[in-house]
Each structure stands twice: as C-alpha cells, then as structure tokens.
Design a protein. Structure first.
Length: 652
C-alpha cells in the first residue's frame, strides 16, 4: 500500500508538486500576508520551479493542472482588482468568507501587487518561451516592490498600510533570476532584442502605475479615516446638544419649584411634567425627592406610579456602579448612570430646589434611557451607515448595527457623565467604505496597466520594424555584393573561353575569330616555337618550364605589338601571330623577336646560352586561314630542320 503510494507520487511528481504549490499559494493569500504566510508562498512558488526540471511532466495532466492552477489564482486576483463600482467588495468578502479564505478587505490591497506577480508567474509556468520572456518583467517588478517595501517601512506616516511579505518578493526575484534566459542579456541577440527592451519599458510603466496606485490607496485610506472620525465626532456633538438642551429644560423646571418656594403638589407636578415627556422622547421618568432622600412625586413615561412614593430613589434606579456615591439631594446638581427599574441603563440628572431663604426643599430628578437617547440618532446613523456602541468600563451598554457588514475601522469618543465617562464608538459599514473609496486608484491601476501594455506593444513593434529594416538593408547589400561577384565570375569565364590561362594570351579559338574580323584581307601568319623546350622541362621541371613559357610569351607579345599584330598561344610551347601584310617585315620581326627573347635573360639548361625561338611565316588571304596555318607550320618545321633560331618564309 505504502509502496504503491510512493510509486504513484514519484510517477506524478510534477503534477503533485504543482498542486501542492497552488494550494500553498492560495492558502497563504487567503490568510493575511504575514511573514509566515509569506514563507508559505515562497515555498509554494519555489516548489514547482524546482520540481519541474527534476521530474518529467506528463503533458496532458500537467496542462490540466496548470489550468486549475490559474483557475484558483484568478478569482483571488479578481477579488482584489475589480473596481468597487463593478463589484461591491462586501460581496466578494462574503463569498470568500464562505470558502473560509478570510480577511480580504480593501486595506489588504498591497497584496494585490504580489498577486499580479504571481499571475505573471503562472503565465511563466505555463508558456515556455513567452514565460522566459516574462522573467525580466518579474525582476523589475520585484525590485521596484522591494524598494517600495523599504520605503513603506522607513516612512512612519504609512505604517497603516499592510506590508507585503518580503519572502514572497524575494522568492519571485530568485525564481525570475533563475529562469531568465542568459541570451537575453547579450546585446546583439536578435530574436529577443525587440521584446527585451519593450519588456523592460513595459515593466517600468507597470511598476510606476502600481506605485502610484498604491499611493492613491494610502491617500484614500487617510481620507476614509478622517471621514470616519468626523462621523464619530458628529455623533458625539449631536448627543451633547440633546443633553444640553435637556439640561436647560430641567433647570427651568427646577426654577419653578424654587419660585413656588415649596415642593410641588400632586396637581402642579402632573400638570407640568407631562410637557417634558412630549418634548424629550428619551425622558423615561421624573421624580421629586425630599431632602431626606425619599421619593415624594414620581411620574414615569405613560403613568404615575404611587407604589414608589416614600421609597429611596435607589429603589427605582440603583447606580449601575455599586461604588458610585449615593444620591444626595443637597448637592446642587449631579449626574449618575443608573439602571432604571433595574433594567434599562439610564442617565440620571438631579438639581436641588431651594426655598427663598435658602433651605433645600428637595431635588428634581430626571432619568433618561440611554437606548432611547441613542435611538434619537437613528436617522443620522442610518444616513451615514454607521454602527454605534456605548461602553462603560468595558461593558457594552448599548449597541446598534445596520444590517450591512460593519468594518473594523472604529473610532471612540468619551462622553463625560458626572464622574463616570461613557465611551461612544462608531464604525462605518464596509459598503459605506467601498462607496466612499472612489474609483480613482482603480482607474489609475487599469490605465497604468493598459498603458504598460501599449508601451510594450508599441516599443516591440517599433523595434521589430527597425530590425526588419535593418535586415532588409543587410539583405540588399548582400545581394549587390553577390551580383558584383557574379559579374566578375562571368567576365572570368568569358575571358577563359578566349584566352590561355598560363600566359594570358588569346587562345586558338580567339585567334581564328581575330583572323575572321581582321580589317586587312592580305595577312601574314607566323608560327613561333621555343627551341628544345622539352629539354627545359626535363632538366628544370614543369614549373620552371611554365616560367620560361610565360617569359617568352611576354617577350613575343611586346615584339608582335610593335607591328600592330596580335599574338595567341597555339598549343604547348607553340605561339601564332597575325599581321596585316603591309605592316610586316619578316627580317625586322626576326630581329625584334630575338632581341626581346634575349632580354628575358632566360638561359637554356642544355646549351647554357639564351633561349631561342624558331619562326615560320606564311603570306596569303584571310579566307585561306587553314592553309596559311599549315604552310606557316611547314615553314617552322623547315626552320627547325635548318638548325633552329631562325625565320623561314613559306613559299607562295
Ligand atoms: N612546362 C610546360 N611544358 C609544356 C606545356 N605544353 C607542352 N609542353 C611541353 O613542351 C614540350 C614540346 O616538346 P617538342 O615539341 O617535342 O620538342 P622541343 O623539345 O620543343 O624541340 P623542338 O621543337 O624540336 O625544338 C613537351 O615536352 C611538352 O610536354 C606547358 O604548358 N608547360
């Protein structure tokens, strides 16, 4: 059983590692971005990165898991990035509460930046080359965010902003660095070049917009804090006003007894106090207490209560705090927090009444229900969607919350009641916060991201166009060079077709062509042959033979051109020259040739004297060229026979 589990795990290792990674990341981001969660994320991100190269992926299952991986991350990301005007944050909050993913509230938004990086990483994991290209973008973002992080930590005024987990950013940086294609760093690496610059610029714009978006959120946070505080102060002020006006009325009531100079009769009491119940809805009971502290008159809202007459006041409204000093009618005025009828937390005010000669005739007592008092703020609370609670020494006396979910942005004020103090706490609802939050930050973010994308696309396009132009220019230059090479080659081929390669003279074919196009019909053909050339070859070798051939060809060429003739290599060590008859004087030619050959300084190895040539001349007409060549050859043969180094003219 254990071994089969291990074998399944080892076979499906990559998929398993990705699944674990996805769960870790989602788990960590469902919770608050604390250090430990950051470490979890770090592990989650590193795990598949290490697992992949170590184990071979099963492509189909791997693809399915990758899709699942994205499907898990995208909703969380959406929860953060959706502008509040599109989706109310509270709804998201409820949704994620249901799947126990915890506290995703607007002030966790810096974590979005990390999530953006993760979404990039998910692309990076799922798309080979494209993903590798994302590595520089992730590096730029991670560095920017790390810098921002240090700025946040160094700047005390921003301490309310929740920091990003450092290990997460460090993890992103490490992974991106490990996956970056080293070829990207080469300046002249063409396939990546256009994308690389565009990526860097796009990442820069994106990071800038993220930083600005973050700044906007911080500003918004301050504004919301200050608005929430203002609401809290307003609530306190309204209560203060209500109590102040009630205070004045009570003093007024008290003055009546002072003027009457005696405690009120039952008739006077009933006639006057009913007015106060109508004016102050939170007034729950009024009493007149004798100087000895027992109730003489008592009227609660709705009915007179004779049963309490003659009892001490504490029987009706005992102090909430047992340590409070007892009610003393002789004190000019005081306030206490009591439990009316042992149930309703109430404020008790009393004012002592004096006769004309200054004797205390009793005290007027007014008991205000705290819940009823706070209910008078209902309109204001509903309008501002605020939850209100009243706390006395840690005990909540009253709380009122709207049906919407309340945020934990709480502000408290002290309401001084006699020696005691009530703490009034207000907290706006999440929906109110979301509505007040506004869309500026989101607009900045969305615009920034679109702008980053556009920058990326434009720069990439521009670089691509430039690269294409560059390539086209290079291709054109290459083409022109090729054409030039082909022309040279063609010229060489044509030249070789008509010339002898060794001596550079015209060949036999070209010679015939020259004869056919010669301007003069009467021509002379001269065959020239180096004497005993075979011996040169035999003694000195073919290479030296070639040197002799070239030297003599050059000497013959200059001699022939003196008589406006043209020279060709007829084959082997034999040359042939063509002249117009009227240009040629055989004797002079023989002398010129001999002098030129002598001048070459070539010494025959057999005779140890300068090399010599024999010449055979034939005179005739252009059209008989075949015959002329045969006759010149015969004349040459005769010259050889007669001892060489001479010129023989063929008979006509
Ligand atoms: N080095 C070299 N030798 C060549 C070339 N073409 C022909 N030969 C040699 O030229 C020699 C021609 O010799 P022959 O025509 O028999 O006679 P010869 O030695 O010149 O003597 P005569 O013509 O009777 O004076 C041969 O040995 C060929 O091999 C060449 O292009 N280079």
């Amino acid at each position: 059983m254990t071994s089969s589990l291990i074998s399944i795990l080892s076979r499906r290792w990559t998929e398993f590692s990705q699944l674990v990674a996805a769960l870790l990341i989602v788990g960590a981001f469902g919770l608050e971005p604390t250090l430990s969660n950051g470490l979890l994320c770090f592990g989650g991100l590193l795990y598949p990165a290490l697992g992949r190269p170590l184990f071979r992926a099963r492509p189909r299952l791997s693809r399915a898991l990758n899709v699942g991986y994205l499907a898990l991350i995208v909703p969380i990301l959406a929860c953060y990035v959706m502008p509040t005007s599109w989706v109310n944050q509270e709804q998201w909050h409820t949704l994620f509460d249901r799947v126990s993913l915890g506290h995703l509230t607007y002030y966790d938004q810096p974590a979005l930046i990390g999530l953006l990086a993760i979404i990039l990483l998910a692309f990076y994991r799922n798309g080979g080359r494209f993903a590798r290209l994302c590595a520089p973008m992730i590096i730029v973002m991670a560095i920017t965010l790390l810098t921002l992080q240090f700025y946040l930590q160094a700047n005390d005024t921003l301490h309310e902003v929740r920091p990003l987990p450092l290990p997460l950013l460090a993890g992103l940086l490490l992974i991106a660095l490990s996956k970056i294609d080293p070829r990207l760093l080469r300046r002249r690496y063409h396939p990546y070049r256009p994308t690389f610059t565009a990526l860097i610029l796009g990442a820069f714009v994106m990071s800038t917009s993220l930083v600005y978006w973050h700044y906007q959120n911080v500003q918004m946070q301050y504004r919301l804090n200050s608005d929430s505080r203002t609401i809290s102060n307003d609530v306190l002020e309204q209560l203060d006003q209500a109590l102040e006006s009630h205070d004045q009325s009570m003093e007024h009531l008290n003055r009546i007894w002072n003027m009457l100079d005696q405690a009120p009769t039952q008739a006077q009491w009933q006639a006057i106090v009913s007015i106060y119940f109508d004016t102050f809805t939170f007034e729950k009971a009024l009493a007149f207490v004798s100087p000895s502290g027992v109730i003489e008159r008592y009227q609660s809202r709705g009915a007179a209560r004779d049963d309490v007459i003659g009892k001490p006041l504490s029987a009706v409204a005992p102090p909430l705090d047992a340590h409070e000093p007892d009610f003393s009618p002789t004190a000019s005025s005081d306030t206490q927090i009591v439990l009316l009828d042992g149930q309703v937390p109430s404020l008790m005010y009393y004012f002592s009444s004096h006769s004309q000669n200054g004797h205390v005739i009793g005290a007027t007592v007014s008991i205000l229900s705290i819940p009823a008092l706070l209910d008078s703020l209902n309109g204001y609370l509903a309008e501002h969607r605020v939850a209100l609670s009243v706390i006395l020494k840690g005990d909540t006396l009253y709380s009122r919350a709207p049906s919407e979910k309340v945020s934990d942005l709480r502000y408290c004020n002290m309401l001084a009641i006699g020696d005691a103090g009530l703490t009034l706490c207000t907290a706006p609802t999440q929906r109110w916060l979301a509505d007040e939050h506004g869309n500026l930050a989101d607009i900045v973010l969305v615009t920034g991201l679109v702008f980053a994308l556009m920058t990326f696309a434009l720069v990439r396009l521009n670089r691509q166009i430039n690269d294409q132009r560059h390539k086209a220019q290079k291709a054109k230059a290459r083409l022109e060079q090729e054409i030039e090479q082909r022309k040279t080659l063609q010229y060489q081929v044509e030249w070789l077709a008509h010339h002898d390669e060794l001596t550079g003279l015209a060949n036999r074919r070209h010679f015939i062509h020259q004869v056919q196009n010669h301007p003069s019909r009467a021509i002379a053909v001269v065959m020239i042959d180096i004497d005993h050339f075979k011996a040169i070859n035999d003694r000195l070798g073919h290479h030296q033979g070639d040197r002799f051939l070239k030297g003599i060809a050059s000497a013959l060429s200059s001699s022939v051109s003196r008589y406006q003739g043209s020279l060709a290599r007829y084959g082997g060590e034999e040359f042939i020259a063509l002249f117009a008859q009227h240009e040629l004087c055989p004797g002079a030619l023989e002398k010129t040739v001999r002098a030129a050959v002598d001048a070459t300084g070539l010494i025959h190895p057999l005779t140890q004297r300068p090399v010599t040539v024999s010449l055979g001349v034939a005179l005739g007409f252009q059209e008989d060229i075949e015959q002329l060549i045969i006759r010149a050859d015969e004349a040459l043969y005769l010259a050889k026979q007669q001892g060489r180094d001479r010129l023989v003219i063929a008979e006509a």
